[in-house]
Design a binder for this molecule. Structure first.
Ligand code: BGC
Length: 663
């Protein structure tokens, strides 16, 4: 039984449970909040791939109006979980059915009134979400229900919808608005199984007398319509049946077997659930915080290519294709970005919003001075382009999808390599190309030279890209010109010369690859020592003045990531030496880190260590863990990359589930 339950109510857990009990269908996400909650309680109906920016604030994904607001009074007493008249309260997420449940029993006038509600976002129709509310009472009571569309939206950097109009009457309610920046219409329409009398905005009321032992049921069927999308009617049960059928199909594809280990099984199921609710339904990719809200601007990071793609390649190949196509479709924007910095090729957005880089120059706020801190993620985390190329090559390796490669896949890989080539600098003394002034996966050390992960990743993807291009030119001579038409003349020769002379840091006497030039010279202290130097719990560890900056303490797996992506590049002895060396310096300040070490531990035969790192990663959102703050910026939400990384460790490393189980 894949059911996550929580009994009792605690106001402190409202935000955390919003993430933990999230439902979604790859396009829409609805946080695990309650019927009577509003913007203050972070109710969120998040839309993937729809972005809006308000002047002077960060652009982020849009949250839609909430069609499931409902406040009930029984004999004049509000049925609100925050009240005093609570007899019992439980919420549940049925992962098998992609459905959220709540049941609260209230004491009203000496009798008990039960409020039961369930909701799901259709796994079949991308714009559809449904809710059923059932009220039962031990005694005869009068019920007064205020239900409808709440147009007061929780936003981090909003408001995003303007010219808001609301309507409610009979069995229908509607709220519509337009995004501020592009004027894209967003409409939420909702039909009710019982007529309402309008009270205000998109809200109406129902007054009934409920007899002892009987139930009152209110179904709500809503659609979120973007642009010119039209409304079509359905009912709760029809939608529910199709939805459940689709979830059964999804689980039949995705189910893994933790071989009798109940804790691992639950954690794994929970991770798989999150990956399933994020599978894109259209031409967009997956945001770093999934559909749990607007954190990280709803933008797409390298998380998708490196931590999520493997799951989709094995379980939902058509989604894997969407993910790689997203990068091919945004190639023009990546070329623009490269050009804007004076480079050739394609420099992908560090935080991609349909290709546009949402990463701000000041991504962190100092907790002491409240001043913005200059960060260089956008300009210097160039490995993003190697990650994109890597993902496309992996996808091709698996699918042999020549058509995709000819339609832009290969051009994208070569453009990423070309970017690194033009970014690099030729050191005439050492007679080699170097990649200077970069940030590797470890974001605490900015603007370093020759980050090993970055150099190797560009080297390997460029080499593979060139070899593949040569193969394609032979196989499809007629396509030759087209394939290279948007690339500089003699690109393949240039890239060959470049890879031959690109500097690749080698293991030292102890077998350790230096993370970047000069890393070994940094202060040799461990994570706890550095933590003890913090003056504020939310202080930023990196940047120019962070506690970790002058030390060997790193935010997340860095050199180790290279071994995970290319396990055969170095001997097991070297991989083990680096694992043992870097682990004590790793703070795991990113949710991408534990699973990376889990995968690395699997690759060097350390099953026990791998197992506990896998659990840490798979349970991150069950625990409500992960950093909530970077300086003064809220970064809470779900952690899809941790789920994806845990899945990789479980499936490829720990042997949970057989490959034949997956198609
Ligand atoms: C990590 C990045 C990651 C981003 C989004 C940051 O904290 O350092 O590697 O891409 O979060 O998950």
């Amino acid at each position: 039984m894949k059911i996550l339950k929580e009994s009792g109510f605690s106001a402190e857990k409202i935000v955390e449970n919003g993430n933990k009990f999230l439902i979604g269908n790859g396009y829409l996400g609805y946080r695990g909040t309650l019927d009577e909650f509003g913007a203050k309680e972070c109710v969120g109906l998040n839309i993937a791939g729809l972005y809006d920016g308000v002047a002077g604030k960060w652009r982020e994904t849009v949250n839609a109006f909430n069609p499931f607001y409902c406040l009930i009074c029984a004999d004049g007493a509000p049925l609100d979980v925050r009240g005093e008249n609570i007899f019992s309260h439980e919420i549940a997420l049925d992962m098998e059915k992609g459905t959220f449940f709540r049941e609260t029993v209230f004491s009203v006038g000496g009798g008990r009134v039960t409020l039961f509600s369930e909701r799901f976002i259709s796994a079949v129709e991308k714009d559809l979400l449904c809710s059923r509310l059932r009220l039962t009472s031990e005694k005869n009571i009068s019920l007064h229900i205020t239900a409808g569309i709440d147009a007061d939206i929780w936003d981090l950097n909003g408001p995003h919808l303007c010219e808001v109009e609301t309507h409610c009457g009979g069995t229908f309610a509607e709220a519509s608005g337009k995004t501020q920046e592009l004027g894209i219409p967003v409409r939420v329409v909702c039909t009710f199984s019982h007529p309402l009398k309008r009270v205000r905005g998109g809200m109406g009321e129902i007054s009934i007398n409920l007899k002892a032992g009987e139930s009152f049921v209110l179904d709500r069927v809503a659609r979120v319509l973007v642009g010119e999308e039209g409304f079509s009617e359905t009912d709760f049960l029809t939608a529910q049946e199709a939805h459940r059928r689709e979830w059964a199909r999804l689980w039949s594809l995705a189910r893994l077997d933790a071989k009798g280990d109940a804790r691992a099984q639950f954690a794994l199921d929970y991770s798989v659930y999150h990956l399933l609710i994020l599978a894109p339904k259209g031409n967009y990719s997956i945001a770093a915080r999934g559909l749990s809200g607007q954190t990280y601007k709803g933008a797409v990071f390298w998380d998708t290519e490196i931590f999520l793609l493997p799951f989709y390649m094995d379980v939902l190949p058509q989604c894997a294709k969407r993910l790689v196509e997203y990068r091919v479709n945004t190639l023009p924007a990546a070329r623009e970005k490269a050009k804007s910095y004076g480079f050739g090729g394609a420099f992908y957005a560090w935080e991609s919003q349909n290709g546009y880089d949402a990463c701000s120059d000041f991504n962190v706020t100092d907790v002491f001075t409240h001043r913005p801190v200059r960060t260089y993620f956008k300009e210097k985390q160039i490995h993003i382009s190697a990650d994109v190329a890597y993902a496309i090559l992996k996808y091709y390796g698996r699918t042999q999808d020549d058509e995709f490669m000819l339609r832009g896949g290969l051009e994208t890989v070569l453009s990423c390599a070309e970017f690194a080539r033009t970014y690099s600098y030729y050191n005439h003394v050492k007679k080699r190309y170097e990649l200077l002034d970069v940030i590797g996966p470890d974001e605490y050390h900015e603007r370093v030279n020759n980050n090993a992960y970055t150099n190797y990743m560009f080297y390997l993807t460029a080499k593979e890209g060139v070899a593949l291009a040569e193969k394609f030119l032979k196989k499809y001579p007629a396509c030759g010109e087209k394939l290279l038409e948007n690339l500089p003349a003699k690109i393949l020769e240039k890239l060959k010369e470049w890879t031959e002379k690109l500097y690749l840091p080698q293991p030292n006497g102890e077998g350790i690859i230096e993370q970047f030039d000069g890393y070994f010279r940094l202060e040799d202290v461990g994570v706890e020592e550095v933590r003890s130097r913090l003056c504020h719990p939310n202080e930023y560890w990196g940047g120019s003045g962070g506690v970790a900056t002058a030390t060997r303490v790193i935010k997340q797996a860095d050199v180790i990531m290279l071994f995970n992506l290319y396990p055969d590049l170095f001997s097991e002895e070297i991989r083990r030496a680096n694992y043992d060396f870097y682990l004590p310096y790793t703070e795991h300040g990113s949710s991408l880190s534990r699973c990376s070490y889990a995968i690395a531990a699997c690759n060097i035969g350390r099953r026990e260590e791998a197992y506990s790192a896998f659990l840490e990663s798979a349970e991150i959102d069950l625990r409500g863990g992960g950093k909530q703050w970077a300086g003064e910026v809220y970064i809470g939400g779900t952690h899809p990359a941790a789920s994806g990384g845990a899945w990789i460790a479980a499936f490829y490393g720990l042997g949970f589930g057989k490959k034949e189980d997956l198609q």
